[in-house]
Write a protein of this length. Structure first.
Length: 344
């Protein structure tokens, strides 16, 4: 035991002793470790020994990633097949080769639907074609998330992604003898007051120099009642703050209104001004309804209104919130002052 020094051992159940030597014991006693048998590991790319081929783990990952992409492309229809599919649907080639267009509509507005097969830097997949649509009146593009709401683009995507789907045949129907008996037109009963209102509106519309209402009083009352019911159903306890006994609606409520009415908004102007002892932000935000109607809300906030934890961010964010709340409120006809406009 003396010559073993720091020898460690364990007595097993059968009475034998299993010794373990530390590195210092092996060096002192001259015990050499058993040589390990060298095994060649072939590279997954070239097949040579991994220690000498020069390929790294990143090279192997990239190799299999590109191989998977090639396999996927082989299983997809080619570009010419997709172009033929677009032509079958009704698309027409424009003056730019590889760009196809078709007239359609989105949300009741006429649009020009495009499928782009050109190999450009903005086109990530010229084989499948990039789909987008622009409004026929030149007022921007259909949102990317709503491209599938354009019927011709949706049909192209479905038929492209399901090339082996069988077309369902309509069942053959036995022709029946048509009843040629003239039918009486349906007559809808209208009150005398409604008739007079419609006559007033039609007469006013004939005079192009006069601003006329877009709806009748009955339609306005129904729509306004719908807005009030929607507003009451959306309000929660955390959306209202009372100041001096008067309730004010917070940012969280006006974001719900924007979602319910499918509104979009954009910042059209923002100006930072230096003032004595601080700075000020002025901002204009436009809120836009699906029918194209829009309003502009104005917001102002300065760094001296109160003590901000992060002035550069908080002043800008408060100014944007005020302008956006005002734009949404004016667009839906609420006209209410939000909490962020009066908070101290």
């Amino acid at each position: 035991m003396d010559e073993m020094g720091d020898e460690k051992y364990t007595i097993l159940t059968d009475g034998t002793v299993e010794r373990y030597y530390t590195a210092s014991d092996r060096e002192r006693l001259g015990i050499k470790p058993k040589p390990m048998k060298e095994v060649e590991l072939p590279c997954l790319i070239c097949g040579k020994d991994q220690r000498n081929c020069g390929h790294t783990k990143q090279d192997i990952h990239k190799y299999f990633y590109n191989k998977a992409k090639e396999v996927k492309k082989m299983s997809e229809p080619g570009q010419q097949e997709n172009i033929t599919l677009a032509l079958d649907i009704g698309f027409e080639e424009t003056s730019k080769p590889g760009l196809y267009v078709m007239e359609d509509e989105y949300d009741g507005r006429p649009v020009n639907a495009f499928i782009d097969f050109r190999e450009t830097g903005r086109n990530p997949n010229p084989i499948r074609g990039v789909r987008y649509a622009s409004f026929a009146d030149g007022d921007g593009f259909v949102p990317r998330t709503d491209v599938d709401k354009v019927s011709c683009l949706k049909a192209y995507k479905h038929m492209r992604d399901n090339p082996h789907e069988k077309v369902k045949q309509e069942p053959v129907r036995v022709a029946q003898t048509e009843d040629k008996t003239p039918q009486k037109p349906k007559v809808e009963m209208v009150s005398e007051q409604e008739v007079q209102t419609l006559q007033i509106v039609q007469t006013a519309k004939q005079n192009s120099g006069m601003v006329v209402p877009a709806v009748t009083p009955e339609e306005f009352k129904d729509n306004w009642d719908l807005y009030r019911r929607l507003r009451d159903s959306m309000q929660e306890k955390d959306d209202v703050v009372e100041i001096s006994g008067k309730p004010y609606l917070k940012k969280s409520f006006w974001r719900k209104v924007s979602t319910a009415f499918n509104l979009t908004d954009e910042i059209i102007e923002e100006v930072k001004e230096e003032i004595p002892g601080g700075f000020m932000w002025r901002m204009k935000v436009r809120a836009i309804a699906p029918n194209g109607r829009s309003t502009i809300g104005v917001g102002v906030c300065d760094s001296k209104e109160r003590k901000y934890s992060h002035p550069e961010h908080d002043v800008y964010a408060t100014c944007h919130t005020r302008a956006k709340n005002r734009a949404i409120s004016d667009l839906v006809g609420g006209g209410e002052v939000s909490f962020e406009e009066v908070m101290e």
